[in-house]
Design a protein around this ligand. Structure first.
Ligand code: A3P
Length: 305
């Protein structure tokens, strides 16, 4: 009999709410542990709504911290270099390294640590605020974020089944997706930046002028980089180079769970791919709903460059 790969034996997770925000069953099961996580003052947190450019930002931050040393950045995969705070796989697979709770992974890591999260601001463990940690938040326009999220659900068996494209658009608009409402997420963190040390960045700005945005991140991290190092970081964190980098393209972790033949993790890396997905009617409906949901914020996104 053929050995079944992990992906073939996996049943896709359902969602459970934590304070009204849908998360996977495994995350809900360890929520107490996540909430009680003890951040340290020199932790750097990279926070995003999923698919907003987290991995890209992680690579930039690591390159800055390693002074542009690409070999040092290849010491481990993205997933292992930066603990994914609330990540937790199916309980029955706890013995597999990948699925142990990432809070434990973070605890075992020497400082200074860089940690990743997709939690909305109101669900961030309070110790991050108490310790005044530096936080980099990256936001991406709703339509491209949605498209990327849809394809990610298709290829990642660790997430709920996305259903059809039409169904997924509806779920996204109503916030009935993993990590909840995109609208609340970007607005919540936008508000939080008035009170906390948060560098709020946009995927579209990073695409438009990566060097300028990398400089912003370096300044925020109080790192002085030469122009030569800066140019090196721009190059090695470009979509094309990262797509070919096994330590940054997720081909080494989540084997049997992420199926890159369905849709690669490094999919397109562009702005305005939504135009290839939305029908005219869908777009009109989305825009109308968007206007209502975003009427109470000063936050403005660019849907194209
Ligand atoms: P697409 O699916 O639109 O291609 P996250 O890391 O938050 O999961 O986000 C993944 C998205 O960021 C994917 O978007 C991926 O291609 C894109 N991405 C990853 N690295 C990138 C880079 N260096 N430049 C531009 N986009 C990048």
């Amino acid at each position: 009999m053929k050995d079944l790969s992990l992906g073939e034996t996996m049943i896709r997770t359902g969602l459970r709410e934590v304070d009204g925000v849908p998360v996977t069953e495994p995350i809900a099961s360890i929520w107490d542990q996540v909430w009680k996580f003890k951040a340290k003052p020199d932790d750097v947190l990279i926070a995003t709504y999923a698919k907003a450019g987290t991995t890209w930002t992680q690579e930039i931050v690591d390159m800055i911290q390693q002074n542009g040393d690409t070999e040092k950045c290849k010491r481990e995969t993205t997933y292992k270099r930066h603990p994914f705070l609330e990540c937790m796989g199916p309980r029955e697979q706890k013995d597999i390294n990948l699925f142990c709770s990432n809070t434990q992974l973070a605890e075992a890591m020497p400082s200074p640590r860089t940690i990743k999260t997709h939690l909305p601001a109101q669900l961030l463990p309070p110790s991050f605020w108490e310790q005044n940690c530096k936080i980099i938040y990256v936001a991406r326009n709703a339509k491209d974020n949605l498209v990327s999220y849809y394809h990610f659900h298709r290829m990642n068996k660790g997430l709920p089944d996305p259903g059809t494209w039409e169904e997924f658009v509806e779920k996204f608009m109503t916030g009935k997706v993993l990590w909840g409402s995109w609208y609340d997420h970007v607005k919540g963190w936008w508000k939080a930046k008035d009170k906390h040390r948060i560098l709020y960045l946009f995927y579209e700005d990073m695409k438009e002028n990566p060097k300028r945005e990398i400089q912003k991140i370096a300044k925020f991290l109080e790192k002085d980089l030469s122009d030569e190092v800066l140019n090196k970081i721009v190059h090695s964190t470009s979509f094309e180079v990262m797509k070919e980098n096994p330590m940054a393209n997720y081909t080494k972790d989540f084997e049997g769970i992420m199926d890159h033949s369905i849709s690669p993790f490094m999919r397109k890396g562009t702005v305005a791919d939504w135009k290839n997905h939305f029908t005219v009617a869908q777009n009109e409906k989305f825009d109308e709903d968007y206007k209502k949901k975003m009427s109470d914020t000063s936050l403005v996104f660019r849907m194209e460059l």
